[in-house]
Write a protein that binds this ligand. Structure first.
Ligand SMILES: [Zn+2]
Length: 148
């Protein structure tokens, strides 16, 4: 079975040209390499980014705990805290795109659960605000218990 869930397939559909500064800023913040929240976390966690094999392509996995960690960009994944407005131009496109993203996220969690995996979502705004705290939270949830 092939899963096409997650952040990696955004390139399939090219978004329309951003017409407002706030939209282009939101989009840019998600692309700029090096400052990507998942990369910052990978460094802090000393963990490789997970690339494929599980539904939704989680960013990190803790196999022994069967924990999948998703680092979600607030704009693309419709963060309930940040509540980015739907862009005023190409509104239909964006609504459709966002609803597909959200559905895909939910489906990934569901598929993982069926496989006995737990999912943890870490939002971009939390990573940006306090990367160490976010990393700590992930580590404490996913770290393997010490061998007695
Ligand atoms: Zn957010």
């Amino acid at each position: 079975m092939r899963y096409l869930i997650g952040a990696r397939d955004y390139s399939i559909m090219k978004p329309p040209k951003a017409t407002s500064e706030s939209v282009s800023r939101s989009m840019r913040s998600n692309r700029s390499s090096g400052t990507k929240p998942e990369l910052a976390l990978a460094k802090l966690l000393r963990k490789r980014l997970y690339r494929n094999g599980l539904p939704g392509n989680p960013d990190f996995i803790y196999p022994k705990k069967k924990l999948a960690v998703f680092v979600h960009g607030c704009f693309w994944h419709r963060c309930p805290r940040c509540k980015f407005p739907v862009p005023k131009s190409n509104t239909e496109y964006w609504r459709d795109k966002f609803s597909r993203n959200v559905k895909r996220d939910a489906l990934a969690v569901k598929s993982l659960r069926k496989m006995g995996w737990r999912s943890m979502v870490v939002w971009e705004h939390d990573v940006k605000k306090d990367p160490r705290k976010a990393a700590k939270k992930i580590r404490s949830t996913g770290s393997e218990p010490p061998i007695a």
